[in-house]
Structures are given as C-alpha cells and as structure tokens.
Ligand binder design. Structure first.
Ligand SMILES: [Zn+2]
Length: 363
C-alpha cells in the first residue's frame, strides 16, 4: 500500500460527476476512455493494493470496439445516411480511421482477423488516445485532479488505475456506464453538424446497440453443446428454444458466446434480468467454463463472437455485486432466493485462467 488511502466510492462518484458535468468536451474520446476504464475494471484482476495497470493498446482496442458501431452511416437507407460527427470541428480522427478500416472489412470480427491491418489501426488509435484524451480527461475547468491515474506513474505504454478506482468502477458500473453514455449521447446531439440528420428516439440504440439483436446464429451451436436440453430446467427442448443471456444485457451490454445459453422460452421469460441461482450457475459452469475450449471451437467454426475468459470475468463480477447488494436470484417459475456466498464455491477464484491462451480475444 502507498501511504495515501484508496479512494472511496462516494468520493469517486462525486469526482466523476464533476468531470462529466464540467469537463471540457469538444470530442467524444473522453467518454470512450471512461467507458474503457470501467470495462477493464470488470475484466481484469487488480493488484493486491487495489491498483490496476492498463496497456494503451488495450484501451485503443476498446475505442475501436465502441466506435465501430458509431462509425456506420446513421439512418442509412438506399445507401444514403451520414456518419455522425464526434467532434465540434472536423470529424474525429478515430472515426475516420475506422471508416477507412470498414471499407476493407465491414465486420469487427473480420477486421481483427486481418492481423497486420488491425495492428496498424490499433497503433494509430493508441497514438490518438495518448495524444488527446488521456492527459486531458482529469482536467476540469483548468483544475487538474488526478483521481483515476497519474501522469507520473504512466509508462510509455501503460497507465495505472489508482488503488480503489477499479473497485469503485466494479461496484458502480451500471451507474457509471449510464452517466458516461448519457453524456456521450448529449454531446453528439449538441454538435451542430449533426442536427439535420438527428431525430431523437433511436439515437441511443444506434450508438450503443439495443440488446434486441438477433442471437439466432448461436442457437444451433448451443443446442449441440447442451445436448438439446434447457440449461435451467434440464428438460429436453421440444421447439426451437430461446437463446438467453446468462448475465442480462441490462447488467452488461455486450453479446459474447460464452454468456449465451439455450433455454425454454418460458424459463427464459421467467428468469428475466435476474441472476440465476447457484444451481443454474453450476450448470453454466459445467457446460460453458469447464468445456470452454470446445465451445470456443464451435463458435469459431460459425464465426460467432466469443471470449470465454471475459465472459467468465463478467459472470464473476455480476455475482459478486449481486451478493453485495442482497440481490434475489431466480430458481424457477416465480421462485427466488436471496443470493448468498455459495456461488463462490462454484466459480472459484476470480483470476483463475479459463483458456490456454489468456490474451486471446475474439470479437
Ligand atoms: Zn427450461
């Protein structure tokens, strides 16, 4: 531990709120940066002192992930539609770089697979991150308050989230994400050049996805993998069955294969956005973690996005937060139970590596 106490959640929230309310944002990068830091806090294990080193390259990859959706033409019909401005002046450099990348590879999965071109793109974006938002984020109204990370602790290619910051992001994730994305959207809506094309209602869906995306592509893979049984009630699926997000979209809005399970539409509908109680978690663990590599190969053969390690980290985080908040976990029908610590016996330690190659990330 350093001599200074780790930041508490309330202080963190106050500072973040001030940053969002008073920060000088002409380009939207600072929102993407905050979103990336929050995601890393969920996905990676902090040091024993509560700090967390984050590589610039990894931040750049997150930027590309977020802006990939946003760099598409808005309201494109018959090939029309325009790319929304992310900057009050000329278009943001990251958007231009991604638009160019999308010409070569329209999907993020395809772009990642083109290794050399991907590396060039990530390097370019990392340069923008280091040059622009990284050292401006924490300056509010001319007043520099380094509560997330410090310039003097940065190396050429990493920053260090200060003790307490990863924990605060973890416990306040939903709130932080709403605040950051709300501010991001308002920023885009306030850019004059966007006015002619912006309606209102569907902007959030366009920018961040809706959770209504079709998951049908996963169905056959999951049916094979789960031997045709509903993950929750273990009974045979008669009809098509529904693809269910084990951790609901409202808790973590990214669709990756290992978080998806096949279930009866009725079981799915009863579970809603609740956590599944530990017996269900045990089943998910048996099929999706213990057999993660097998499942990954099945997803690969259908070119479906997955990242087993990330999904496991998200499940761990969701149960940890659920336990702390006294959440109710779904059993069956309309039966629920308060989540106790027994889920830890199922999932084990947070940092346990899931797959042989921990750095491999498929998108
Ligand atoms: Zn069922």
């Amino acid at each position: 531990m350093t001599g200074k106490a780790a930041i508490g959640e309330l202080e963190f929230l106050r500072k973040l709120q001030r940053l969002l309310a008073e920060g000088d944002f002409v380009v939207t990068y600072k929102f993407a940066l905050l979103n990336a830091l929050a995601d890393f806090a969920l996905e990676r294990e902090p040091e024993s002192d509560g700090s967390l080193r984050v590589p610039l390259f990894a931040i750049a990859e997150k930027f590309i992930e977020y802006y990939w959706l946003q760099a598409r033409p808005y309201r494109a019909q018959n090939g029309n539609g325009v790319v929304l401005f992310q900057n009050t002046g000329k278009q943001a450099a990251v958007i231009n770089a991604i638009v160019a990348a999308q010409i070569a590879n329209p999907t993020l999965l395809g772009a990642r697979a083109a290794k050399l071109r991907w590396h060039t793109l990530v390097t370019k974006v990392a340069g923008t991150v280091a040059g622009m938002p990284l050292w401006k984020l924490q300056t509010v109204a001319g007043d520099r308050d380094e509560f997330l990370y410090r310039e003097k602790e940065a190396t050429e290619d990493t920053i260090r989230l200060l003790p307490g910051v990863p924990a605060a992001f973890r416990s306040l994730y939903g709130l932080v994400l709403d605040a950051v994305r709300g501010a991001w959207m308002r920023q885009i809506a306030s850019i004059g050049a966007n006015e002619p094309v912006l309606g209102n209602a569907d902007l959030a869906t366009f920018l961040f996805g809706s959770g209504r995306a079709s998951l049908d592509g996963f169905r056959d893979v999951l049916r094979d993998h789960q031997a045709g049984k509903c993950l929750y009630c273990q009974k045979k699926l008669q009809g098509a069955g529904g693809v269910d997000r084990f951790i609901a979209w409202s808790r973590y809005p990214v669709d990756l294969g290992h978080n998806l399970v096949l279930a009866h539409t009725s079981c799915n509908g009863q579970k809603r956005d609740f956590l599944a109680y530990p017996r269900h978690l045990e089943r998910w663990h048996r099929t999706h973690v213990e057999r993660a590599d097998e499942l990954a190969q099945r997803f690969d053969s259908e070119t479906l996005p997955h990242d087993g390690e990330r999904s496991r980290a998200i499940v761990w985080w969701a149960y940890e937060q659920g336990e702390a908040a006294g959440a109710h976990a779904w059993i069956d029908a309309d039966r629920f139970v308060r989540l106790d610590r027994s889920w830890r016996d199922v999932l084990g330690a947070r940092a346990l590596p899931l797959v042989a190659e921990p750095s491999r990330s498929k998108y």
